[in-house]
Design a protein around this ligand. Structure first.
Ligand code: HEC
Length: 148
């Protein structure tokens, strides 16, 4: 009896931070046993993807009525993570990273005067604010994090 092997190819398209014209898709190919890193993102893009995933989780928690309590210290790496070659850490970047961290911290404070969903959306709007000046590509994706 012959045995049929199925090989699954999963292509994950990662949208790199480039202006829309030069935005390129970078495939990661997974065949079930090995993962081929076709594209090596910067430390910052890895951190950003992590922040995206974490905030999506927080959004789900808030919508389920759960108050998130622990600010992830790894977010502080925004001050030091290495950017891709085309980006520079300028004053605007420093300003927005500080403001973003302030806003994100407030999400984890228990007794604030603002509703949790509002404080959470304020933090996401700081992601958007920085992206407006630093890299517009991921903005539509980031806006999906907002609680309606
Ligand atoms: C201080 C500015 C700033 C803030 C705040 C910021 N970003 Fe970014 N983000 C960037 C820059 C710059 C890049 C490009 C990084 C690179 O190319 O090295 C980026 C890249 C990204 C990417 C693309 C990563 C990739 O290459 O696949 C996503 C997604 C993203 N950010 C989501 C977020 C989310 C979600 C937040 C808030 C939780 C956020 N960003 C906050 C500046 C910022």
């Amino acid at each position: 009896m012959s045995r049929i092997c199925y090989i699954f190819f999963v292509i994950v398209l990662v949208v790199n931070c480039k202006s829309p014209e030069e935005e390129k898709s970078t495939p990661n190919i997974v065949d079930g046993t090995q993962k081929y890193e076709v594209y090596q993102g910067s430390e910052m893009s890895t951190l950003m993807q992590g922040m995206y995933a974490y905030n999506m989780q927080i959004k789900n928690e808030i919508e389920a009525g759960v108050q998130p309590t622990e600010f992830p210290d790894v977010f502080l790496n925004i001050h030091t993570a290495q950017l891709s070659d085309t980006k520079t850490r300028n004053e605007t970047f420093e300003f927005y990273s500080t403001e973003f961290i302030k806003a994100e911290r407030l999400v984890f404070v228990e007794d604030a005067t603002k509703a949790i969903s509002q404080r959470y959306n304020d933090a996401i709007m700081m992601c958007v604010a920085c992206h407006k000046s630093e890299c517009t590509g991921p903005i539509p994706k980031i806006k999906k994090l907002l609680i309606q």
